[in-house]
Every structure is written in structure tokens, then in C-alpha cells.
Write a new protein. Structure first.
Length: 496
């Protein structure tokens, strides 16, 4: 009925407590019962029997139905379950009804770019999100497709005091980074083997990939790594994975960047060698997302169709903890890219002329056009405030673009984060032939290391159609044509 996960960091665990407020949130309003629940919960936590999330989940289930716990001989929760059953036989009510937040009955209007190319599932998810009682405004970008909770390509502004872990995303602060070098674009043809070697020697891909040498690990001097138990327990993993990339659509690639006069300040018009990378906060961000999304769904009860949109409140401990961890994940994701780009620049013996970067899968405190303070969640959406530079990639064989935001209020200052999937990974594997992919790569002169059919260009929407649908959101400054691409090996394919 309940599960144990042994924990290693006993010293860190002893500092954490299950608070009375957290127990009251489960519906306990009897003082004596509250004391007993607190004693058991914090005893389990102190002795490393379960982590806090597991304890609260078991207590929630026990309050709903104590009998299975009472029947478990020697169970850690048996005495509590017996107490609940005895009190209920006496007609005592110890459980407050935890309110299920109801969705708004009316669906507010939200703008959609590229509507004709967006699947019904993504539209349905956005309609549900905009019905949340904390929702203020929303928008859907042209690369949108169905995800968990908020669709990929969804932008959701909520009340300023709320944040939704699943509206941020599992790969917190997934990020784009572009380095432009003062080398001719044709270097990808004249020095192909050298550039391939730089990728092979300075990048690491896969779920558990680590890097044994670091260019700059100063981020780990930050006191923020000691702020919470969750962060402390993940610090070693984060350090080992600094400068690595994940699976799926994460990549590091060489390409040709073409720009016109005056497009980017300080760089003359021309065609340049450029390095582009896409990845996020690795196991650190994924673990943070998993931990706090479970807490959010425990504390914020929503109808089944909206359960993944559960929020945390920033004036509560768990909300503050998530906010600190999310922002640290943003710094960490940036440091990951800098590690890769700096190592390669050093091996190339040439610093970049310019570096441009931005992340998605994040939440920002912003103001709407009318001055309303909100929390803006961009899950697979690029910040596109007026004058803000960003990068919108295509696929392994189609161009990406350096853009400047136009600050469109209706889009909540956002744009797409890429081309967007046209089909799921499993559908791509079933329907796209390896021969077709190989022919496409030859036609586009792409050298590919790693990847699999699920990342085939045909599995994505047409990037040109996506860009055309958001002309009022961003101005295109430069075009990046990928040529030498490295991704995770086929065996590292993630689940849909």
C-alpha cells in the first residue's frame, strides 16, 4: 500500500520537517490527531524511511481510506489508521473536505497563431488552462502540440502569487545558445573532419551523461545550492552533468549563419561559421520538476482534465522552494551551454564574435499591457518582448532563425520555440523510413552523428510556415543552416 525509498543524505533530511500547515492541508482539524500525525510523519522523515512527498501522499491516502493501512501488520501508519477508524466510529469528524478548485465555466478568448496547423489536443489543453481560477491570460504559438498540462507552445499568465510546475515543464529552462565565429561559413565543407572532432571531443549526450572536466564551475560556489534539501541532494548530480546534453531534440551543431548589414550590431553582413546548441537543466531540472509537481497536485486539487495544472503559491514554503530551484535551474542551463561553447571555442583557438541565448520552459514575473502583475509561464515558447533577441531553431536539416521580438501584447510577448512536432515519436518511428531520412540528409548536405527516426525532419512542422504565422511577433535578423549535427544515440530515445 505504501512504498519505501531509502535516502542517503541523513544530515539534510534531519533539517526538514513536515509542518502542521501541510498536515492541515490534508484535512486534519483535530489538535490531538494533528500531534500524532506530526510525530509519525517527522519520525519517518528523520530516520530516512521515506521522503516528504511520499509521507504526505501516504497520509492523504490514509485519511481518505484508513482500512488498508489498518490491516497492514507492522505498517508504519497502522496506529494512525486505527485512530482514524476509532474516531469515525464515535462519529467524530477529523477530516475537513479538501476543496476541489472548480474551473471557470466560461472559456476566455485567447489568441492562436497558425491555428490551421495545430492539433485539437493542444487546443483542448489550452482551453482547459485558460479556465483555471488563477489564469489571467493565455496564448498559443504556431509550433504548439499536445504535452502534459499546458501544451508545448503554450503561454499562460496566472496571478502573480501562483506558479505551475507542469506549465514550466519537465526540462526546466531548456535553452538555445548560438556562438558566431569570425570564420567563413564554407569552413563546414573545408574543415568537416576537424569540426566533427570538436563536437565528439567536447559534447556528451544521454540521460546519465557526465563530463569529467569543466571549463568553469564557479556557479557551484553560489550559496543557493544550500538553500533547500532538494537542491542540496541534487548538487553532486548537477556538477557531474555540467556541460552535457540530454536526449530527444537536444543537439549541438555547426552551421552557416547568413545575415544582412546592420542585422546584428558589430557584425558586418556576410556568411559565418556558427555553433548552435539546444538543451536544458539535465537531471537537476527534471528532478526538481518531478518533486514539486507532485506536491502541487497533492495540495491543489483540480478536476481530472486539469490535474497537471496544479499550482503552488509563492507565499508558501513549497512555492518559494520551487521558485528558488527553478531560477537556479535557469542559471545552470545557461552554464551548461557556456561549458560546451567555451570548450569548443578554446579548442578552436578563437573566441566568438557574439553569443546569443534564450530559454523557454520557464516562468517570469512580468506585467501585462494594462499593468497587471502576473506570472508568465512559457512552455516551449520564446520570450519576444520588444527588442529582445532570441533563437528559433528548425530541424536537423531545416534552418533556424535569429529573431528580435516585437513586443506583441496579445502573445504576452512570446513567439514559438521551434518548428513544433507534427507527429509523436512513436508515430514517427512507425511511419518514416530510414531511407527517406538518409535521402533528405544527403540532399541538404547534413552530416549527422547520433539521433533516430523520431527526430527526423519529417516528424516536425514546416519551419517556414511556422515563421510566416508569427511575422507580427518577431523580426528575422539572420538565418542558420545546420550542417554538422550531433544528437543523442538512438538507444537514448525518450518516451513520448
Amino acid at each position: 500500500m505504501y512504498f519505501f525509498v531509502p535516502l542517503n543524505n541523513k544530515k539534510a533530511m534531519e533539517k526538514e520537517k513536515v509542518s502542521n500547515n501541510e498536515l492541515k492541508a490534508l484535512g486534519i482539524n483535530d489538535v490531538d490527531v494533528l500531534v500524532n500525525f506530526s510525530r509519525v510523519a517527522n519520525g519517518l522523515l528523520k530516520h530516512n524511511v521515506m521522503d516528504k512527498t511520499q509521507i504526505l501522499a501516504n497520509l492523504e491516502a490514509l485519511i481518505d481510506d484508513p482500512m488498508p493501512y489498518s490491516l497492514k501488520k507492522g505498517g508504519k501508519f497502522k496506529n494512525l489508521a486505527d485512530e482514524v477508524i476509532a474516531m469515525r466510529k464515535e462519529g467524530k469528524f477529523i477530516k475537513q473536505g479538501r476543496s476541489i478548485f472548480q474551473l471557470k465555466e466560461e472559456i476566455a478568448n485567447f489568441p492562436v497563431w497558425g491555428l490551421e496547423h495545430i492539433e485539437p489536443g493542444a487546443l483542448a489543453q489550452m482551453k482547459t488552462a485558460i479556465q483555471l481560477p488563477v489564469a489571467v491570460a493565455g496564448a498559443l504559438m504556431p509550433d504548439a502540440h499536445q504535452g502534459y498540462g499546458l501544451p508545448i507552445g503554450g503561454v499562460l499568465a496566472t496571478t502573480a502569487n501562483t506558479i505551475i510546475p507542469f506549465a514550466v515543464g519537465v526540462d526546466i529552462a531548456c535553452r538555445m545558445c548560438l556562438s558566431i565565429f569570425d570564420m567563413p561559413a564554407e569552413t563546414v565543407d573545408t574543415e568537416t573532419e576537424m569540426l566533427k572532432g570538436l563536437l565528439l571531443n567536447n559534447t556528451h549526450f544521454g540521460i546519465g551523461s557526465v563530463s569529467k572536466r569543466h571549463h568553469d564551475s564557479s556557479l557551484f560556489d553560489s550559496k543557493t545550492w544550500g538553500e533547500t534539501k532538494v537542491i542540496r541532494n541534487l548538487k553532486d548530480k548537477a556538477y557531474a552533468q555540467l556541460g552535457t546534453s540530454g536526449t530527444g531534440n537536444h543537439f549541438v551543431e555547426w552551421g552557416e549563419l547568413s545575415l544582412s548589414e546592420g542585422a546584428l550590431e558589430g557584425i558586418p553582413a556576410g556568411n559565418y561559421l556558427a555553433l548552435l546548441s539546444h538543451s536544458g537543466s539535465r537531471g537537476f531540472g527534471g528532478s526538481v520538476a518531478d518533486y514539486y509537481s507532485k506536491i502541487a497536485m497533492t495540495k491543489t486539487k483540480l478536476p481530472p482534465e486539469a490535474k497537471h495544472l496544479a499550482w503552488l503559491e509563492l507565499d508558501k514554503d513549497e512555492g518559494q522552494e520551487y521558485w528558488i530551484a527553478m531560477n537556479l535551474a535557469g542559471e545552470y542551463a545557461s552554464a551548461n551551454h557556456h561549458e560546451i561553447h567555451n570548450k569548443i571555442a578554446k579548442a578552436l583557438n578563437l573566441p566568438p564574435m557574439m553569443r546569443i541565448e534564450n530559454h523557454h520552459n520557464f516562468a517570469w514575473k512580468e506585467q501585462l499591457a494594462d499593468g497587471t502583475e502576473v506570472m508568465v509561464h512559457r512552455k516551449g515558447a520564446t520570450p519576444a518582448g520588444e527588442g529582445v533577441l532570441g533563437i528559433i531553431p528548425g530541424t536537423m536539416s531545416t534552418p533556424g532563425f535569429v529573431v528580435r521580438g516585437k513586443g506583441d501584447a496579445a502573445s504576452i510577448n512570446s513567439a514559438s520555440h521551434g518548428a513544433g512536432r507534427l507527429m509523436s515519436r512513436s508515430a514517427a518511428i512507425k511511419t518514416i523510413s530510414k531511407a527517406a531520412v538518409a535521402a533528405n540528409l544527403v540532399d541538404k548536405r547534413i552530416t549527422l552523428m547520433g539521433s533516430d527516426i523520431d527526430e527526423a525532419p519529417m516528424a516536425y512542422k514546416d519551419i517556414h510556415t511556422v515563421m510566416a504565422a508569427q511575422r507580427d511577433l518577431v523580426e528575422v535578423l539572420a538565418k542558420f543552416e545546420p550542417r554538422i549535427v550531433r544528437m543523442a544515440d538512438a538507444m537514448e530515445r525518450p518516451e513520448d
